[in-house]
Design a binder for this molecule. Structure first.
Ligand code: FE2
Ligand code: FE2
Length: 270
C-alpha cells in the first residue's frame, strides 16, 4: 500500500493589523491539498483562532511560538469542534494556563462529549454578543455555509477582517500563499469542490435565500478573509460570486460521492 503524503505546517505570517495566519496543508490524494489554517490575534490580549491539526502538533506550537510566548495567550476562539479545528486544543491549554476557550452553548456541550478542553476555562458567548479583545470588537457573523451548527464566525471592523470558519475553503492542486497566485478556474473548482464536501445542503438551498446571505456578507465589505481552508484572500466578491453561481440551479455534482467520503475520512483522522 502506498504511503499517504504527510500534512505540512507553514510558518506564521502577518496578514493585516494584529492578524496572523498559521497555515497548515493537508494532502488529499488524487485531488491536491486542503489548507488548514489557524489564526493569531497578537496584541495586548493575544487570541488564537482554532488550533490546527493534531498530526502537526509540534510544528504548530513552534509556529505559534515564533510570534508569541504561548503562555501569554488569553483566549482561544473555537470556530467549531471538528478535528481539524481542535486538533491541538488540549496541548495549547496546557501551554497557556491563563487562556479561556471562547465558544457558545452548543460548542461547550460538544467539547464535553468529545472529552476536549476544560469546562472550567470556558468563555461562553451568547448569540449576537460582541466579544471585546485587545482593542478589537468581534461581531459574531454566521458564515453562509458550515458543517457544524455551533460554528461561530466574526467580523473585526478595526482590521476589516472576516473569519469565515469552514466557508470559502478550497481544495487546491498545490499550496499557495494567496488566492492571487491561483488561476480563476482552479479557484472556482476548488471552492465548489470544498463547499459540496463541507456543506452538501447548499445544493438544496433556495437560491435567492443563498444570494441574500452572500449579499449581506458583501455589505460588510471585509478587506481580509480569514478562512480555515483558503490561502490569504483580499475582498470577498470573487468568492461569493463563485458560490452564488455554482448553486444557481440549486444543485451541483462537482465532486463524486466516493471523493467526499475519502475527504471526510482524512479530516476525521487528522
Ligand atoms: Fe468543519
Ligand atoms: Fe474545517
Amino acid at each position: 500500500m502506498s504511503q499517504q503524503p504527510a500534512p505540512r505546517q507553514g510558518p506564521i505570517r502577518r496578514i493585516a493589523g494584529d492578524w496572523h495566519v498559521i497555515p497548515g496543508w493537508l494532502p488529499v490524494p488524487d485531488l491536491g491539498v486542503l489548507p488548514v489554517n489557524a489564526f493569531l490575534l497578537a496584541g495586548p490580549e493575544p487570541m488564537l483562532v482554532d488550533t490546527g491539526l493534531a498530526a502537526l502538533s509540534d510544528a504548530f506550537v513552534a509556529a505559534l511560538a515564533a510570534r508569541i510566548d504561548p503562555a501569554d495567550l488569553r483566549y482561544i476562539w473555537l470556530s467549531h469542534t471538528d478535528a481539524d479545528h481542535i486538533g491541538n486544543l488540549d496541548r495549547i491549554l496546557d501551554l497557556a494556563p491563563n487562556a479561556r476557550v471562547v465558544t457558545n452553548f452548543l460548542g461547550a456541550g460538544k467539547m464535553q462529549l468529545l472529552g476536549k478542553g476544560d469546562p472550567a476555562r470556558l468563555h461562553l458567548l451568547q448569540p449576537g454578543e460582541v466579544f471585546e479583545v485587545g482593542g478589537h470588537r468581534l461581531h459574531q457573523v454566521r458564515p453562509p455555509y458550515y458543517d457544524a451548527p455551533e460554528t461561530m464566525g466574526f467580523f473585526d471592523p478595526v482590521d476589516r477582517a472576516y473569519f469565515a470558519a469552514d466557508a470559502f475553503g478550497a481544495l487546491l492542486p498545490a499550496e499557495a500563499a494567496s488566492v492571487d497566485e491561483i488561476a480563476a478556474e482552479t479557484l472556482r473548482d476548488g471552492l465548489v469542490g470544498w463547499s459540496s464536501v463541507d456543506a452538501p445542503w447548499l445544493a438544496h438551498m433556495d437560491q435567492p435565500t443563498l444570494g441574500r446571505m452572500l449579499s449581506g456578507l458583501e455589505r460588510l465589505a471585509p478587506e481580509h478573509l480569514l478562512s480555515g481552508h483558503l490561502p490569504d484572500a483580499r475582498g470577498l466578491a470573487p468568492l461569493t460570486s463563485v458560490i452564488r453561481h455554482a448553486y444557481a440551479r440549486g444543485t451541483t455534482d462537482a465532486v463524486p460521492p466516493e471523493t467526499i467520503r475519502q475527504i471526510e475520512t482524512l479530516l476525521t483522522r487528522s
